[in-house]
Design a protein around this ligand. Structure first.
Ligand code: UT7
Length: 341
């Protein structure tokens, strides 16, 4: 490990190799037909308005976000035979941490045996994973660390109001992990450009009102369903469409690239109509925009790394390709990155 402090004078150009990816989703599947029995909805409505058919849900009360994160991370480590003791940083992007504190990343660290790492959580709604990638990039590029596990993990089923048809049809549970390594030889590897942003003026669009310092748990908060996620869906939809448009434009501009330079587009899997709007606006060939929302629903921070895992698994992207990832969510936050494989 390099010694501290790292100053701009001793920074050497370094690439970031995506050494491995991992994912985990629970076995239990909740279909649109199952939801028809729980709330006043229909498979037809959910499919037409969102593109979702199924989602994977944690049904074991002893399992939570740190378990999903650990299983995705172990999956990534095992695929390349990496010793967890070599990891310098465990960073978990999540909106549904196990606790207010300690950090889910610390619990995950212990579960996977990454005993030489430092670990912390990052919360930026559904954009948490892209934000986490940008933070890990800073550490790796500065020379402070050599190997990072960046994990997006959420158990939204635990904060979903299963009586609210406007939200309970949308979400699923899961985790995805990137194992990143500094690469001094191939300095072009990794992020070409990020576009990260937030606008707290829209903070009220997606909230989990109770259980934090502002509104601690009480009989009243429980009685009034304030420990569940609340969302003004239509407004989020509109904001997401315009934000993706602007962010994609900026991201391509920063990278000096065009749509045709990108091999695969991975948009946050929140609503198929939002992805379709971006495809139409930018003339992205449909087969280049990876979609798995039908199987998992919106898994929040896990949505992009799970999709990335499947893209690589199916051979849809290979070394030398550029992959664009873009997320948005509570905050309001957004984050995009073009990644050189
Ligand atoms: O990752 C976090 C980011 N979140 C998102 O990206 C979510 C963005 N928003 C959305 O995806 C969409 O706004 C929703 C899927 C949540 C809702 O779709 P929409 O087309 O915006 O529907 P709406 O809220 O405008 O509601 C239209 C109608 C309403 O009935 P009326 O008032 O027209 O009679 C709703 O009550 O659909 C009704 N409705 C439903 N009907 C059947 C709402 N939810 C349901 C449902 N089943 N599950």
């Amino acid at each position: 490990m390099p010694t501290f402090p790292v100053t701009s004078s001793n920074l050497k150009p370094v690439g970031i190799k995506l050494k491995s990816v991992g994912m985990y989703v629970p076995d239990k599947i909740l279909t649109n037909e199952d939801l028809e029995k729980m709330v006043d909805t229909s498979d037809e409505w959910i499919t037409e308005r969102t593109g979702i058919k199924r989602r994977h849900i944690v049904d074991d009360p002893n399992v939570s976000t740190s378990d999903l994160a650990a299983w995705a991370a172990e999956n990534a480590l095992k695929r390349v035979g990496e010793d967890p003791a070599n990891i310098d940083l465990v960073l978990v992007g999540t909106a549904t941490p196990d606790y207010m504190f300690p950090a889910t990343a610390c619990i995950t660290q212990a579960k996977i045996g990454a005993n030489n790492a430092f670990a912390f959580d990052l919360e930026a709604g559904c954009s948490s994973f892209i934000y986490a990638l940008s933070v890990a990039t800073g550490y790796l590029k500065s020379g402070m660390i050599r190997k990072a596990l960046v994990i997006g993990a959420d158990t939204l089923s635990r904060v979903t109001n299963w009586k609210d048809r406007s939200t309970c049809i949308l979400f699923g549970d899961g985790a995805g992990a990137f194992l990143l390594e500094a690469d001094e030889e191939n300095t072009q590897l990794g992020p070409i450009a990020f576009d990260i942003g937030s606008d707290g003026n829209y903070a009220e669009l997606i909230t989990l009102p109770a259980g934090g310092a502002k509104l601690p748990a009480s009989e009243d908060t429980v009685k009034n369903d304030l420990h569940y996620l609340q969302m003004r869906g239509r407004e989020v939809f509109r904001l997401a469409v315009t934000t993706i448009e602007a962010s994609l434009e900026r991201l391509l501009g920063k990278a000096g690239l065009k749509i045709e330079d990108i091999s695969v587009f991975i948009f946050h899997q929140a609503n198929l109509r939002i992805i379709d709007a971006a495809i139409r606006r930018f003339g992205i060939p449909k087969e280049k925009a990876y979609v798995n929302i039908q199987e998992y629903g919106n898994t929040s921070s896990a949505s992009i790394p799970i999709a990335f895992y499947e893209v690589l698994d199916k051979g849809l992207a290979k070394p030398g390709d550029k992959v664009l990832m873009m997320a948005f969510g509570a905050g309001f936050t957004w984050g995009g990155v073009i990644w050189q494989l």
